[in-house]
Design a protein around this ligand. Structure first.
Ligand code: C5P
Length: 221
């Protein structure tokens, strides 16, 4: 597909549980269609990392200060992807003031973007309820744990498959059961099961979904 015309405005929400493929999928689309990309999980992870680095300072004052200092470059840090940071990010994600503060960052980012993919848990439900396309990723727990273990091993982290599986189950449970902005599949979202998909198959499937959805909005391109 040739570059999308400047007239086209298109927003994609990419939600799903931990390690379900929503980041990989979101990044594939954003690269292919030259769309901006934001991993909202990295915002929660950044706050968690700073809390850990500052002797577990959980005060509203400190967290507000961190949120104000966030920029896209800081969200690229490899330190965000440790098991400790993942665990704490899910704990602070239950706090209303954390979610509200991070919502402003996300809404600003989206406002400035004509073509955008945002991935997370509450993008289609809360952050971008009027998204043009909503994707909801799912994957079997065994496959998710295998994928995440591979990523940890690449970072030389000492962790077993059993530990990875346990922490994914716990995080998914917390994210689905929490009162504020839980992980839910909205009625108009498209379910993408990545359990048996290779990266290439995922790319083909997602590209077709995006192309069809743009055609639906703008007619034949
Ligand atoms: O997607 P990722 O695993 O990087 O997200 C880390 C944690 O941040 C999640 O387990 C979840 O608790 C929280 N999160 C959230 N809402 C989002 C994105 C992430 O609550 N939109």
């Amino acid at each position: 597909m040739k570059k999308l015309s400047k007239k086209i405005k298109f927003k994609i929400a990419s939600d799903g549980s931990s390690a379900s493929g929503k980041t990989t999928g979101g990044k594939l689309i954003s690269k292919k269609f030259k769309m901006k990309f934001l991993s909202s999980g990295s915002l929660y992870r950044y706050c968690a990392l700073k809390i850990i680095e500052n002797n577990n300072d959980y005060t509203t004052k400190f967290i507000s200060k961190i949120v104000k200092s966030i920029n896209l470059k800081k969200l690229q840090s490899k330190k965000l992807y440790s098991p400790e940071v993942a665990k704490l990010s899910s704990i602070i994600a239950k706090k209303k003031f954390v979610r509200n503060a991070l919502k402003s960052f996300q809404v600003n980012f989206i406002k400035k973007s004509r073509l955008v993919v945002v991935e997370g848990r509450d993008i289609g439900s809360v952050i971008m309820p009027n998204a043009d396309l909503k994707l909801f990723f799912t994957c079997s727990i065994n496959e998710k744990a295998k994928r995440r273990l591979k990523e940890f091993k690449n970072q030389n982290k000492k962790i077993t498959l059993k530990q990875v599986k346990k922490s994914l189950i716990q995080r998914d449970k917390d994210d689905t059961k929490r009162k504020i902005s839980p992980l839910i599949m909205t009625k108009n979202a498209v379910l993408v099961d990545t359990t048996k998909l290779s990266i290439k198959q995922m790319e083909i499937k997602l590209s077709n979904l995006v192309k069809n959805s743009i055609k639906k909005k703008y007619g034949n391109l």
